[in-house]
Structures are given as structure tokens and as C-alpha cells.
Design a protein around this ligand. Structure first.
Ligand code: ZN
Length: 167
């Protein structure tokens, strides 16, 4: 158990100090805000899908604790280049893993370095920090910022704040 915890701590430290894809993005096709009121973590996720529904670029801005920032950093690194479908599958697997509702199959290498976030289970109060950016990614993929008010938008979506909360 100590091996993965040690790797977990070092990776969190490294990605918090030097987060990947930590910047605003011009010409994002999708974006969404997320907020974790339990800890105060705030995130804005930017995604740009290309014509074939592949995540051409993904980035984030925001502020919060080390686990939040490291998880967002890992997430953006992991899903860049995936199709939207693959990205959603990865979100689903990550959430299952971190919340402990399922263990990644030992032969399933798709989670790669993300599997170190199993360590978050040891700290239940931090699970929402680790999942915030992932929920915000799903939120971003569910809506478009390219100006078209899709027919799926609810009538009062203008007034609604596009903020996901992990509460
Ligand atoms: Zn936090």
C-alpha cells in the first residue's frame, strides 16, 4: 500500500507545482466552470474538438488545493488526443476508481498513470477535489460555446449559471 501512496504523494506534488495545460484557451469549442464548495476549488475547463470529434486541445484555469490542481493536470494530459467517446469513458472509469465503486482491471492499462489517484480513497474528504475537473469536463462536453444555442438548451439556460458543483 505504501508504494502507491508514495507515488501518489510525489505525483500530486509534482503536478501541483508544475501543472500541465494550465492556461486559458482561445477558440475553445466547449467550456464549463466547476466549483467544490467543500474545499473552495474552482475550475474552468476549455476543450477544443476537431471536425472528427477528437479532443484536439484541452486546458484549465482555476485555483484550489494541490489535489484538485494535480487531478486537473493529469486529466488534461490523459484525454488530449482521445475522441469525445473515449474521453467520456475515461471520466467514467476515473470516477468509479476514485470513489471506490470499482477497481480498475489489472490488465486494463488505459488508466495508466491515473491509477495513482486510487490513493485519494484514503482521504474521503478529498474525493471531491480529485473529481471536480472531471465533472467539469463532462459539463463542457455536454454543451457548446461556439455560439449556437442548441435546440437542446432549456428555455431559461441564459439565466442559469453554468456551474457544476460536486456537492
Ligand atoms: Zn480541494
Amino acid at each position: 500500500m505504501s508504494d502507491i501512496n508514495e507515488l501518489y504523494k510525489r505525483s500530486i506534488f509534482d503536478h501541483n507545482r508544475n501543472p500541465r495545460n494550465f492556461h486559458a484557451m482561445e477558440n475553445a469549442s466547449h467550456s464549463c466552470d466547476g466549483y467544490n464548495p467543500l474545499c473552495g476549488d474552482k475550475v474552468h475547463i476549455y476543450v477544443r474538438l476537431d471536425g472528427s470529434d477528437t479532443v484536439e486541445d484541452v486546458s484549465f484555469t482555476g485555483s484550489g488545493c494541490a489535489i484538485f490542481k494535480a487531478s486537473a493536470s493529469f486529466m488534461t494530459s490523459a484525454i488530449k488526443g482521445m475522441t469525445q467517446v473515449q474521453a467520456r469513458e475515461t471520466v467514467s472509469k476515473f470516477l468509479d476508481m476514485v470513489t471506490g465503486s470499482s477497481d480498475p482491471e489489472p490488465e486494463d492499462k488505459s488508466m495508466g498513470k491515473l491509477s495513482i489517484f486510487q490513493g485519494v480513497r484514503e482521504f474521503p474528504s478529498r474525493v471531491k477535489c480529485a473529481t471536480l475537473a472531471w465533472h467539469a469536463l463532462t459539463c463542457a462536453l455536454d454543451k457548446s460555446t461556439d455560439g449556437e444555442k442548441a435546440s437542446s438548451a432549456t428555455p431559461d439556460s441564459e439565466a442559469r449559471k453554468d456551474v457544476v458543483s460536486t456537492e
